[in-house]
Ligand binder design. Structure first.
Ligand SMILES: [Zn+2]
Length: 260
């Protein structure tokens, strides 16, 4: 199987995911996620925790389906032992660190607490995913950009393409051309589905084209967003098949250092 690599998926231990309390929960056990992956040609799903207490369950899922899942760890930057916790979780076999400024309630500009973690991830050779939907003063986008700039040895994925602030990613194209931020990647999950077929689509598409295929990754945020619609949106960005292969697979192989 030479399929897609989805950089951003969730599996929950309860087996059902509640996104909107007004709607029925979505089946989200490991087998449900694998069925969704199979239905969309996804070979490997990077499983991202929602809460730090999910680490153990994600390790179990990864052990059970080692050919299909690669898990990330979550720790809280305010925890005195966060660097040590991260090191232990990576030693146990996880492949990255996920940070969520909004649900974990810390600012992505709290460099004092975040820098040691980002630095450690680089030393351990794993990537960091940072949720980025600027709101509530926790998620600012500028924090993620500065962390990436100050830690060039750590690969960082900015999640959700900064939602309504995607336009502020435009200067990245210039930074990449000048050799800066080569460690920064953009996942479009949730945002590409929100803007596809909207009056903003041409603008969103144009900014993603400026960022370019070497710095974009396919992430669906399943089950919070629709995999099929995400893939459809990526096809509609208008990249060549070779460029699309970078977004859908090759960039993540490089980030995960996965031998396939
Ligand atoms: Zn997510």
């Amino acid at each position: 199987m030479n399929g897609y690599i989805d950089a951003h998926m969730h599996v929950v231990s309860s087996g059902s995911f509640i996104d909107n309390p007004k709607e029925p929960p979505i089946p989200d056990g490991p087998e449900d996620v694998i069925a969704a992956m199979d239905a969309h040609g996804i070979e490997i799903g990077v499983i991202v925790p929602i809460r730090p207490q999910d680490n153990r369950f994600i390790l179990q899922c990864q052990r059970r389906y080692s050919q299909r899942f690669m898990g990330c760890a979550m720790v809280h930057p305010y925890n005195k032992n966060s660097v040590l916790q991260l090191r232990k979780l990576i030693e146990k076999g996880l492949h990255g660190l996920k940070l969520h400024p909004i649900t974990q309630q810390f600012s992505d500009r709290d460099f004092e607490h975040l820098s040691p973690l980002i630095k450690e991830a680089g030393k351990l050779g794993v990537h960091v995913q940072i949720h980025c939907t600027p709101m509530f003063g926790y998620s600012t986008l500028e924090g993620v950009l500065r962390l990436a700039y100050e830690h060039p040895e750590t690969n960082i994925i900015l999640l959700h393409a900064a939602l309504h602030r995607y336009l502020d990613l435009f200067p990245l194209s210039r930074a990449f051309h000048s050799g800066y931020l080569s460690n920064l990647y953009v996942d479009m999950s949730g945002t590409i589905t929100a803007f596809y077929n909207s009056p903003l689509w041409e603008s969103f598409r144009w900014v993603m084209k400026q960022i370019g295929p070497k710095h974009l990754v396919f992430g669906s945020d399943f089950p919070a967003a629709d995999i099929g619609k995400t893939i459809k949106g990526i096809h509609a960005l208008g990249f060549s098949p070779k460029e699309e292969n970078l977004i859908m697979r090759q960039n993540m192989i490089k980030i995960l250092k996965r031998k396939l």
